[in-house]
Design a protein around this ligand. Structure first.
Ligand SMILES: [Zn+2]
Length: 488
């Protein structure tokens, strides 16, 4: 913390020198519409990650060239960003972690830069040769290199498989271990990727495969494009020994999946279930929000993650449960629900994460109930019993002290269950279906959800109802279940 502050003072000194000439003898504050460049902030005020993201600009597009060598994990890369200044800007920051920066240019002109420690990685402070005007479009080009296993200041998003390859799992603050970026969910951009894979390996990225071209030393460069905007946390790049499997949904949406080489027969029927899951979720929320979907199954990962258009799953998920049911499909539905709730409609900051996890848990449990594998109400009753203790320790669902707890997952689902009990199935279905249509491609907060629910239902009392459930120190009574008790 102390080090970061001193490094920023260094940046401030350089900035002052750079902008002294244009305002010399004429204080900027005295000019009508005066040009008054200042450094962008080193964070966007995320309550859970104070130095995640950066102020003063918004990224419009990321173009990432990534040349990775399996087994050694060395890579060289170039990121080109189209951005727009949101203030008069003398310097600005990017989030990065563990890379060697070789060069930085801003709108084609070399810029000066300095690396300093942040709270969840490093801050790359860039000072352009000339300050930028508010509203001005500009480009940033950074040549950098590193190693997937290099030490980091923050958590790493690199996941290594037994094949010598890797996959990215960047949520919540780890995209900066793949590229310098504006690593906040509040700055969504479109993306293109150019990822090199040597013979025997395939590359993946979010969005559609556009084409492949020959690379150096017999490698192939895979070019992908994502038309819809995406937050950095959802980056889904990989270079693996995998096999692409293809399909279509019930309405013709292209599906592409990646499974481990040699295990196509085992995982083919698993990934084929995605088409039914899409039909089920589209019946709840309407059209899938992107132009392609699929899942990537990889032994380098131990969890499941909703990378945009390409959810990532551990190979360990896909076993029958004790009753002989494929209950892992609940997890497949969970990550698919996130494509609407989390990926297309994205929380403005990480304290709003129940808006991702609540619906994903709720609808996965509903799917499980419809398949006869479990009972939603039983799960919700058990959650109710323990949530008061969780609220006290980790914060209520709408004000978590950290990510990953019961409060935002099962607790978020319980908030939705309570809302459904209060307003009935039909009104609840309308609230949940209209939300991803109305807020498609945007950032949202709990306040937006409260307003949305009141607007859709016309019931102003739901404002206080949802506030009690989201922010209260204890569970309100569960509508229709007055017997439910904390700890019981
Ligand atoms: Zn989730």
């Amino acid at each position: 913390m102390t080090t970061r502050r001193s490094a920023l003072r260094l940046g401030g000194t350089a900035v002052a020198a750079a902008v002294a000439v244009p305002v010399l003898g004429r204080p900027a504050s005295a000019l009508p519409n005066g040009f008054d460049p200042a450094p962008g902030s080193d964070g966007v005020g995320d309550p859970l990650f104070p130095t995640l993201g950066n102020g003063g600009y918004q990224v419009v597009h990321y173009d990432l060239t990534f040349d990775f060598t399996p087994v050694t994990y060395d890579f060289t890369a170039v990121v080109r960003m189209n951005a727009r200044a949101t203030q008069d800007l003398s310097a600005f920051n990017l989030d990065t972690d563990g890379h060697t920066i070789d060069s930085v240019t801003v709108s084609g002109t070399p810029a000066t830069w300095v690396l300093s420690p942040g709270k969840s990685g490093q801050e790359l402070t860039v000072t352009p040769a000339a300050p930028l005007h508010d509203g001005m479009p500009f480009t940033i080009e950074i040549h950098y290199r590193g190693n997937g296993k290099a030490p980091r200041l923050g958590l790493t998003g690199w996941k290594f498989g037994t094949d010598g390859g890797f996959a990215s799992a960047a949520q919540s603050s780890r995209a900066d271990t793949f590229l310098p970026c504006n690593d906040t969910p509040s700055d969504k951009a479109t993306w293109t990727f150019h990822i090199s894979a040597p013979e025997g390996f395939v590359a993946t990225a979010n969005g559609e495969l556009l084409h492949k071209t020959p690379g150096t030393n017999g490698s192939t460069v895979w070019h992908f494009g994502l038309r819809e905007r995406m937050a950095t946390e959802l980056i889904g790049i990989a270079v693996v020994k995998g096999t692409y499997l293809y399909g279509t949904s019930h309405r013709g949406l292209p599906l592409r999946h990646i499974v481990p080489q040699g295990q196509e027969e085992k995982y083919g029927p698993v990934v084929a279930r995605t088409a039914d899951h899409l039909a089920w979720v589209e019946a709840k929320f309407g059209r899938y929000p992107f132009s392609v979907y699929g899942i990537h199954i990889y032994d380098g990962y131990t969890d499941a993650l909703e990378n945009q258009t390409l959810s990532l799953f551990s190979t360990n998920w896909f076993k029958l449960n004790a009753d002989g049911n494929p209950a892992y499909e609940n997890t497949m539905v969970h990550e698919l629900v996130h494509q609407w709730y989390g990926d297309s409609v994205t929380p403005a900051d990480w304290q709003q994460a129940w808006l991702n996890e609540g619906p994903a848990v709720y609808y996965a449990a509903l799917y499980s109930e419809e398949r006869g594998w479990s009972v939603l109400t039983d799960k919700m009753k058990a959650t109710y019993a323990k949530l008061d203790a969780v609220r006290a320790k980790d914060g209520p669902p709408g004000l978590p002290k950290a990510l990953g707890g019961t409060n935002i997952y099962d607790g978020g689902a319980l908030v939705l269950y309570a809302l459904r009990r209060r307003i009935g199935d039909r009104a609840f279905d309308r609230v949940m279906r209209i939300w991803p249509e109305r807020f498609k491609d945007r950032n949202v907060s709990s306040e937006d959800f409260i307003t949305h629910t009141v607007n859709v239902t016309g019931d102003r009392s739901l404002d206080a109802f949802l506030r009690d459930w989201l922010f209260g120190a204890v569970n309100p009574p569960m509508p229709g279940h007055p017997d439910w008790k904390a700890g019981a």
